[in-house]
Design a protein around this ligand. Structure first.
Ligand SMILES: [Cu+2]
Length: 328
């Protein structure tokens, strides 16, 4: 499972402690972790031309590409994937030089397919390879040299961290605790915010980590320190907007609704980035939950709170490449 890759883990726990959430069903207060499903598959024919058909594949960072390899020829072929992003192997490399390259650098996949046979290569790409390409070749002598090569092109826009939050006319975010993790910073975070009520709201993230805003000071604070994102959520139940922003460092970032009066009524929450959320606290009493349901917001109980996946663009920074394919 790609999401088990260490660098891609997302914290899964988290309940608001004292966020005035007595009216919110307990289950809806948890930001559950859940990876984007960016996995993909493709079938590649290996022929005696010799060639890969197709020779160009695309795949998503932070996801697994499964390649079905079908040998349509009468000779052995291999699907050997270079681990070096952006590198184009010179066709003038001799068979022994090609072997030396893979002996030195290893490979992301190295599958030999007998004539008439079928095999699979499953490759999980790190989140940091957004926009990169990786060359695959057949290392059977003189096949690469005769043109048996291709490329896996990574989609340029990584999925980022995907969270979902909902705004309600009870002046609440549900959940009011979100968590995400990444080993590389800056970390790109996407939060899908859905309006469960009828009023307009905003999803506005403080740029100050480990700092608690108050309804009295947040306006001044945001004038001095621009929010990481100030996403309007238009009126109308079901309206959805994406808040896309970048978090520079781990920490706890408060988010609020800036519509006058909403924050003062309790409309705020906390995003834990690379920091463990507080342990679960006692859930609201059943009676309160039932009351909540009865007043007409049963739909909230079905709110699947998705959270998270991953991605950071960082590998690209450390590898010195310019930032192609920026975040949407
Ligand atoms: Cu609001």
């Amino acid at each position: 499972m790609p999401w088990l890759v260490a660098s891609l883990l997302v914290a899964t726990v988290g309940l608001p402690a004292a966020q005035g959430l007595a009216l919110v069903p307990a289950a809806a207060t948890i930001g559950y972790a859940h990876p984007l499903s960016g996995n993909s598959s493709a079938t590649v024919n290996l022929t005696d031309a010799p060639a890969f058909t197709p020779s160009s594949l695309s795949a998503n960072p932070n996801a697994t590409l499964s390649v079905e390899l079908v040998n349509q020829g009468a000779y052995n072929h291999t699907f050997t994937l270079s681990p070096v992003p952006g590198l184009v192997l010179s066709p003038s490399l001799s068979p022994s030089q090609l072997y030396s390259f893979f002996a030195k650098n290893g490979s992301l996949a190295n599958v030999s397919v007998a004539p008439g046979g079928t095999a699979w290569a499953n490759v999980t790409f790190n989140a940091s390879v957004s926009g990169d390409s990786f060359e695959f070749v057949s290392v059977v002598p003189y096949q690469f040299q005769s043109g048996m090569r291709g490329f896996v092109n990574m989609t340029a826009s990584g999925p980022g961290v995907l969270l979902m939050d909902n705004t309600t006319d009870a002046y609440r975010f549900v959940p009011a605790v979100l968590s995400a993790n990444g080993t590389h910073y800056p970390l790109v975070v996407d939060v899908q915010v859905t309006n469960q009520g009828s009023l307009s709201h905003t999803f506005t993230v403080s740029p100050l980590s480990n700092y608690t805003l108050s309804p009295a000071n947040f306006t001044d604070t945001f004038q001095t320190n621009a929010p990481l994102v100030d996403q309007a959520i238009n009126s109308g139940a079901g309206t959805t907007a994406w808040a896309n922003f970048t978090v520079r460092a781990p920490g706890v970032y408060q988010y609020v609704c800036t519509v006058p009066g909403h924050f003062a009524n309790g409309m705020d929450g906390f995003l834990y980035v690379g920091v463990s959320p507080p342990p679960p606290t006692q859930a609201p009493s059943t009676a309160i939950v039932e009351t909540w349901v009865l007043i007409g917001s049963a739909g909230l109980l079905g709110v699947g709170i998705l959270v998270a996946v991953i991605a950071s663009y960082t590998g690209r920074f450390s590898s010195g490449r310019s930032g192609d394919g920026g975040h949407h």
